[in-house]
Design a protein around this ligand. Structure first.
Ligand code: GAR
Length: 204
């Protein structure tokens, strides 16, 4: 399944996908393109080093969110992309994008949704004082981090933590969970019934 990854920043989640793909462990997903909305995103460099085609589409070049979203969908569709992975892509996507990929856009979020959606999720969780946080991979709908949940991993928040140590503990789990979900979705093991998502073959 031709898979496109969208990123805005450092791309460590992209790197974990690349590492699994190179080992043959992402199949039947195939990393076909990496797109960014920020020209200098390090994710682009990681993709180039792995020999994956890249493109940059700056949202600033478009008058409206919908114009950007339509152009982004066109860019991916034009390359035959069937599955879209948001790996640190810091833009909310509207139906102008999502309608081109029904139930085929997944996002990784660094908190246990529905707690702490939006930006700076790790800081939100840390500041709230929760004892458990984690990461969530979900299908993307038109809300902010509101789509059906595919898989979650919990991590403890320890007494000695600061925001950064918590961020890193969550990130390590993101790197494991996202490739596992991409593999399962591409293999057709993931089905949606209303808000409930089933993964055949056991939990991720
Ligand atoms: C990750 O922690 C990801 O979960 C988060 O951005 C980081 C990107 O890191 N995404 C969001 O907060 C989306 N709302 P990376 O560029 O190193 O993969």
């Amino acid at each position: 399944m031709k898979t496109g990854v969208l990123a805005s920043g450092g791309g460590t989640n992209l790197q974990s996908l690349i590492d699994q793909w190179r080992k043959g462990a992402l199949a039947p997903a195939e990393l076909a393109v990496v797109g960014a909305n920020v020209a200098g995103a390090q994710a682009l460099e990681r993709a180039a080093q792995a020999g994956i085609p890249t493109f940059v589409l700056s949202h600033k070049a478009f008058a409206t969110r919908e114009d950007f979203d339509r152009a982004l969908a066109g860019e991916l569709r034009g390359r035959g992309i069937e599955l879209v992975v948001l790996a640190g892509f810091m833009r909310v996507l509207s139906p102008a994008f999502l309608d081109a990929f029904p139930n085929r856009v997944v996002n990784i979020h660094p908190a246990l949704l529905p707690s702490f959606p939006g930006v700076h999720a790790q800081k939100q969780a840390f500041d709230y004082g929760v004892k458990v946080s984690g990461c969530t991979v979900h299908f993307v709908d038109a809300g902010t981090d509101t789509g059906p949940i595919i898989a979650q991993t919990a991590v403890p928040v320890l007494d000695g933590d600061d925001e950064e140590s918590l961020r890193l503990r969550i990130l390590a789990e993101e790197h494991r969970l996202l490739p596992a979900v991409v593999r399962a979705v591409a293999a057709g093991r993931v089905t949606i019934e209303g808000r409930r998502v089933r993964v055949a073959g056991g939990a991720l």
